[in-house]
Design a protein around this ligand. Structure first.
Ligand code: B1M
Length: 212
């Protein structure tokens, strides 16, 4: 398994989409735990690509190619995550990546896990305007709005979602969860969010714990 995870990571670092898809399929065939394969294999690879890019060892096109390989692997693995989808719905969640931010790999993983664990999820995609989060939450009767941000420059948009809810007197009725690599518990507290989740499993636990 350890060697397999290393290969998954390397396929992303190499930006090798066919290899990533092949390894993802092999993970399913071998019955490896899907979430572990994602987090300790493929996601570790894309974070390594990000690190190498930040250090100037890779160029932007290589970052894009790495992200494409990551998406190919996710396409193969996602149905396996969804397979256990619970019949009973625990609550409704509107999720998206905040405006100005097109990073959607982590957000989509969180959406898939919430859905697989009994939440009715409306995924608005990436680069979502503040008002749209709140409009959709009102329309669907959501318990939670989950706002992902991967850039320090887009994080303030998470606060604007909270402000928008307050301006419509919806604070307390609809909760806000924030997440994404630059976010933290402290940031969530600073902007008055109802919770922070560091990964997809934590997002499910948080939604479960606080949904009445
Ligand atoms: Co970009 N990028 N990127 N990028 N990218 C980062 C975020 C960066 C940290 C890279 C780096 O410098 N090392 C850096 C941000 C620096 C900063 O803000 N301080 C950066 C930058 C600068 C940029 C551009 C500006 C580059 C440029 O154009 N010059 C540009 C921005 C474009 C834009 O959004 N306007 C850009 C573009 C891209 C690509 C398009 C090439 C691609 C995204 C492809 C896509 O998503 N469709 C990309 C990628 C892949 C990354 C890195 C390498 C990897 C992100 C990822 O997919 N991780 C990233 C480096 C890094 O994060 N270390 C980087 C895997 C994923 C499974 O993890 O998204 O963290 P993550 O999600 C986790 C948790 O965070 C959590 O659960 C997930 C599962 O465990 N989580 C939530 C996420 N959302 C959640 C929501 C929740 C709860 C939990 O509830 C609300």
């Amino acid at each position: 398994m350890k060697e397999h995870l290393e290969q998954c990571m390397q396929a992303i670092v190499d930006g090798d989409s066919p290899k990533a898809a092949e390894l993802a399929k092999a993970s399913l065939d071998k019955g490896y735990p899907v979430l572990e394969v994602i987090e300790k294999g493929f996601a570790r690879g894309i974070r390594e690509v990000g690190r190498l890019w930040e250090e100037g060892e890779l160029f932007l096109p290589e970052l894009v190619i790495g992200a494409e390989a990551m998406k190919k692997a996710m396409e193969v693995l996602r149905p396996a995550l969804e397979a256990g989808e619970a019949a009973e719905k625990l609550g409704r969640v509107v999720i998206g990546t905040i405006e100005g931010d097109i990073h959607d790999i982590g957000k989509t993983l969180v959406a898939t896990m919430l859905s697989a664990n009994g939440f009715e999820v409306t995924d608005l995609g990436a680069d979502v305007p503040v008002k749209r989060f709140v409009d959709e939450a009102e329309k669907t009767g959501a318990d939670w709005i989950a706002v992902s941000a991967l850039l320090t420059t887009t994080m303030p948009g998470q606060k604007r979602v909270i402000d928008e809810l307050a301006s419509r007197s919806l604070r307390g009725k609809i909760r806000v969860m924030v997440g994404g690599a630059p976010c933290s518990k402290e940031w969530a507290a600073e902007i008055g969010a109802d919770g922070y989740a560091g990964d997809a499993v934590a997002a499910v636990a948080l939604a479960r714990q606080k949904t009445a």
